[in-house]
Design a protein around this ligand. Structure first.
Ligand code: AHR
Length: 512
């Protein structure tokens, strides 16, 4: 019997809703076909955005969307994507498949997509091949209310009112595809570029930090995986020669970490894997926690108050593309293995939400670990979509103290994992949400939960479970879906008992 302790009286910190964010790049069929089909498409749409996809995204309460890349961001010139569509410049998407990008989805379309989803906007600017002026004018175009060349241009293009830009990324992966820079060089560039990312609505940037309300919050490019030299170099340079309040004017530092198994050339199939690979995938996913601690410790030296967010704005599985599809499009299927990867990562983010203030899964539709897959007019919600749906009540809730007894399971000594993963939070309505995953492919476990600081009177639960290869296909879109799950709450002593099946993700809701 696994003992599970929850002390709801020990409220830790808010889990920012942005921890449940998403990423969409001009890559393969993410934007075109996946999100945007154009106004003239036979696929039902509103202003070109697929209605079925938008509905599915609203259901999981997508809080924020990052765009236009990724590596694409540092080659993107925003002026190519505004004005009459027939006049927009065409370009080759050199990073992703060498296909023609016709720029029919640009700034206005992105803002319209976010309006329909009801989410915040996270724009990623171009440092690698763009200028300070170009970045500055983009921000002016999007956010300035008044008379100015860019505000006039926006109005001429049909949008009188400015939009709200909630987050602005100053470059992407500038240690690699974003310009192959050194950390110190990048951080100096960051300081210069961000100066001209103006707060036109008058919001102050002096009190910077992720939780600054009203401002455009600026995200600096952070490390790849375990590159602590990058984190140290960037943090040192951002904080150098600054009055105390200045902090290099950053509100967040990104971290990119994908779950890989295999090699760069042979990443392994998304659907055809054995138990060894199952556990290897989950063990590699758990490395996320170590990375957060590692980079967090460096950030703590400069920012002990944790004002800067660690922004995990690219995470998820990265396998071989589906056979027969364009290798540059990164299209992969999604199984119960991806569901457990999502469950592990989201529980880790919750547990570290004092520092992890935003995270974006890569990518939203048809690319890598997607929540949605499309084929022509058909759409499926992946097992990962269901995990986001189960976890959504954590958004904006307060993390509470929790701890579960685990045992080490697996098939290879170097890839052993704990059998269970969990986190718990209490929301503004006083509802306790517990999310727990069973990483075992074969074994179920009885769990006895001791809840203190919370007078739970009723409990209900949902489960996502199936065999490890199970997935949703266009022919069988409901193969993996949630179902009600029986839990036994004793209101007298606060104990909650249940048996968690192998390979499953469970959400339990307890109310007073
Ligand atoms: O998500 C795919 C790519 O992975 C992104 O463009 C890049 O930032 C990362 O290397």
């Amino acid at each position: 019997m696994a003992k599970y302790y929850i002390n709801a009286a020990n409220r830790k910190n808010r889990i920012n809703k942005e921890v449940y964010g998403h990423f969409s790049e001009h890559l393969g069929r993410c934007i075109y076909e996946g999100l945007y089909v154009g106004e003239n498409s036979e696929i039902p749409n509103v202003n070109g955005m697929r209605s079925d996809v938008v509905e599915a995204l609203k259901e999981i309460q997508v809080p924020v969307l990052r765009w236009p890349g990724g590596c694409f961001a540092d080659e993107y010139h925003w002026k190519d994507g505004i004005g009459p569509k027939e006049k927009r410049k065409k370009m080759i998407n050199t990073h992703w498949g060498g296909v023609v990008e016709d720029n029919s989805f640009g700034t206005h379309e992105f803002m319209e997509l976010c309006r329909q989803i009801g989410c915040e906007t996270y724009i990623n600017g171009n440092v690698g091949s763009g200028t300070v002026q170009e970045m500055s004018e983009w921000v002016e175009y999007m956010t300035f209310k008044g008379v100015s060349p860019m505000a006039d241009l926006r109005a001429k293009n049909g949008h009188e009112e400015p939009w709200k830009v909630d987050f602005f990324g100053v470059g992407n992966e500038n240690w690699g595809c974003g310009g192959n820079m050194t950390p110190e060089f990048y951080a100096n560039e960051y300081r210069r570029y961000q100066t001209y990312v103006r707060q036109y609505d008058g919001a102050t940037t002096y009190e910077n930090g992720f939780d600054t309300q009203g401002a455009i919050r600026k995200i600096a490019c952070g490390p790849n995986v375990d590159d602590t030299e990058w984190t140290e170099g960037v943090m040192k340079t951002l904080f150098r020669h600054c009055p105390d309040h200045f902090h290099g004017n950053a509100d967040g530092l990104s971290l990119h970490y994908y779950t890989h198994v295999g090699t760069f050339e042979d990443k392994g199939s998304a659907t055809d894997f054995d138990e060894n690979v199952w556990y290897r995938t989950l063990a590699n996913t758990l490395y996320m926690e170590k990375l957060i601690r590692m980079h967090g410790a460096i950030m703590d030296q400069y920012d002990p108050e944790k004002k800067l967010g660690l922004i995990v704005d690219e995470w998820g599985t990265w396998f071989d593309v589906e056979p027969g599809t364009n290798p540059g499009f990164l299209y992969q299927q999604n199984t119960m293995r991806d569901a457990l990867v999502a469950c592990i990562n989201l529980n880790i983010f919750n547990k570290h939400s004092d520092r992890v203030k935003m995270a974006c899964i890569a990518q939203m539709v048809n690319v890598l670990q997607s929540v949605i897959l499309t084929e022509g007019p058909k759409m499926v919600k992946t097992p990962t979509w269901h995990v986001f749906n189960l976890f959504k009540d954590h958004q904006g809730a307060e993390l509470v103290d929790s701890c579960i007894e685990t045992e080490c399971i697996g098939t290879e000594e170097e890839h052993m994992v704990p059998n269970l993963t969990e986190s718990a939070s209490v929301d503004a309505d006083g509802k306790l949400t517990i999310t727990i995953g069973n990483l075992s492919v074969s074994d179920s476990y009885p769990v006895e939960t001791f809840i203190t600081g919370f007078a739970g009177k009723k409990a209900c639960a949902q489960i996502l479970t199936n065999e490890m290869h199970a997935m949703n296909t266009f022919d069988n879109p409901e193969n993996v879906k949630t179902a009600d799950f029986a839990v036994d709450l004793n209101p007298e002593d606060g104990t909650l008992r249940f048996e968690i099946p192998a390979c499953s993700v469970v959400r339990i809701t307890v109310e007073e």
